[in-house]
Design a protein around this ligand. Sequence first.
Ligand SMILES: [Zn+2]
Length: 368
Amino acid sequence: MRKTRAGLFLFIFMTLTLGAAERRAKNVILFIGDAAGVATINAASIYQHGRPQALYLHQMPHVALMDTSTASQWVSDSAAGMTAIVTGRKTHNGIISQGPDAERGKKDGTPLKTILEYAEERGLATGVITNSPVADATPAACYAHVNDRRKWGEIFAQVWQPRFGDGIDLIIGPGRERVMKETRAAGHDPETALKGRLFFSLDAVPAEAARPVVLLDDPDFDLVAAVERAIRILATNRAGFFLMVESDCHTNRIARGLRRVILMDGAVRRAAELTKPTETLILVTADHSYDFRIHRGRRDEPLLPEEASLDDKADSVRLTNVRRDDDHTAEEVIVAAQGPGAERVRGFLANTDLFRIMLAAWGWKENR
Ligand SMILES: [Zn+2]
């Protein structure tokens, strides 16, 4: 009797623990704070809340440090950094989701299948939201393959020329004028190709729109509202969705960079509220770090007392409490995670590991 009972408890225990270990993600939301290094995140918290570790991402249960080096250099740009995260392969700076056999601007490399393309292939809904131009390197690496990040026309045309599924379903971000101009100059007709899908403001998107492409003029649109809208649209797909949200946190303009960390953090919080924690893997990280530091300061004083007169244009800036050089830097960035599969985010990771963490969360195998 006792033995049977112990057996029953063991059975229940095994079922619960194995069941938990095998829980798979339905959705993955990947937040990229572009250039949001550890020091930038720390400064954003102090700037906004007057204390460190006060952001939503600081409450996330799983954390790792992630190397961001490229196939050939220690310091990454957004193209190589994001390619590694979304394809699991390192490439060279300037290259968008092609292998290191590519030569920037000269020769195409092997196209690398992105996590967004894996999701498309399996019938999930997919989207990107960014406050960088929609054809810029970070969003581009999700949906395009080109040998030079500057080829915006060639990049944007891949929205309607997908390699898998029916292509990316939702795009929200700025760069309207230049993206349209360069896409036409590359021999494409975006209005015809995106007939019924193309909008120039969030308000113009009708409630029933299933696959909107929203090109904005102003990078300072309401990122939180855009994330809300995107999740509502993408979540109508019963198979699940992949969404990448980028906030450009370069602190070349110091106060703006810090505010954009706060903006992203608010969007992470909202995404967590709008999705089930048992269904959605949320990852927050950066494609590379940036040379920004707090070098001084008191708890009872503002971090940026000189905010009104910040010398944002200079290559090097040294203020009362912070200093920065206008360069990307090589050291690790944070990955914070919650939801199914988040337990794999621990210790020291390579940028390429994040791709496999997303695949594993869905329970998918790599097939190139
Ligand atoms: Zn970047």
